[in-house]
Design a binder for this molecule. Sequence first.
Ligand SMILES: *Cc1c(COP(=O)(O)O)cnc(C)c1O
Length: 404
Amino acid sequence: MRSVPFFPPALFERDREAALAFLWEIGTGAAQEFTLGEAVCALEAGIHRETGAPHAIACASGSAALTLALDALGVGPGDEVIVPAFGCQPIAGAVAGLGAVPVFADIDQRTMVIDPAAAAAAVTAATAAIMPVHMFSVMADMPELTALAHRHGLKIVEDAAVAAGAALGGIAAGRWGDAGVLSFSPFKPLGTCGEGGMVLTADDEIARKCRLLRNHGGTAGAGAELTGYSSRMDELLARFLMRTRTSLADRLERKAEIAGAYSKALAPLEAAGLVSLPAAGPARPADPADGTWCHVYAVLTRRRDELSEHLAARGVGTHVYYPVPLPAQAAFARYAGGARFPRAETVGRTNLALPAHPGMSDQDVAYVTGAICEFFEIPLLTRERKDCPWTWTVSARSGGTTPT
Ligand SMILES: *Cc1c(COP(=O)(O)O)cnc(C)c1O
């Protein structure tokens, strides 16, 4: 049986020798700099050139970058920060960790990013900032959220952890906010062989503070100016990232191709009301490709758990992202006051991410869509494909299609 894992196990196979050489060079180098050395500077310079962000400050992780950015903006006790109800823990955790209050706003069910109308409704006199998160494959509606922030004098911390390489209106993800954040953890588009993150900003003072905060709040000469963190980026991880990031555009292109193939093959299922496919983009019909890329390809279906089991039995790995919305989690429930977020709940209950890593072949993709069509007993569009490695026949028992 074919095996199409969700997380490819040999992610760094090709980079093995290089990684060992980097470790050796850093460990035996004259500078003896294991963090914030030459490679980290080179990485910052590279991302600065690519995104156009005047300042790029590398740190220990994407979560740490959220904390540095919020802290540098002065967010603290008494402040509220509007965050989406659907997403990973650091989104609310970074806010709560600074003694501020995460205020949840529901998402748009199709794009899975924060609904600007819900964000607007969550603004109070205590709101200090909005934290939009680019989710899966669609950037948050930054023009709308920027206008909202301007109307109320709010800051924007833009969580672009999974959106490296994406852009909206010609502006790179991470550059829309007063501060933007990238993550370099292994399964992000721009991943390294461990943890890493970055703050992007055009503001000199925010940049200066982030540089201090990541390294205990001070400099060797002057001592601590701020209460900071141990949040330096590792040289080894920066060198590794310098190597892997050269292939980011190719990887994103291949993932976009895979997403396109999924959407084409699964369109009849959507037409039949059996699944909902990822949105091509937020409501910007003039240019639907703008602000989209492919990190995660997640479909919505009421039969999510059954479909996941069906695919697992055929060697296809899937993943459920964020089944419990943030306001329903024990750590954050006290901030939500029992409020419900129906769209975040629906997406948490029904989303299923399909494998979409760049190493997948066209046959792998056809195998996955074939297995999904089989589950829903929908005749295959892929039947005619030359690269489909098997022929499918209608099974007499189920009335559906099965591979032979
Ligand atoms: C992964 C992720 C983070 C946290 O980044 P880490 O590098 O894992 O700490 C924050 N926000 C989003 C949307 C993420 O996907």
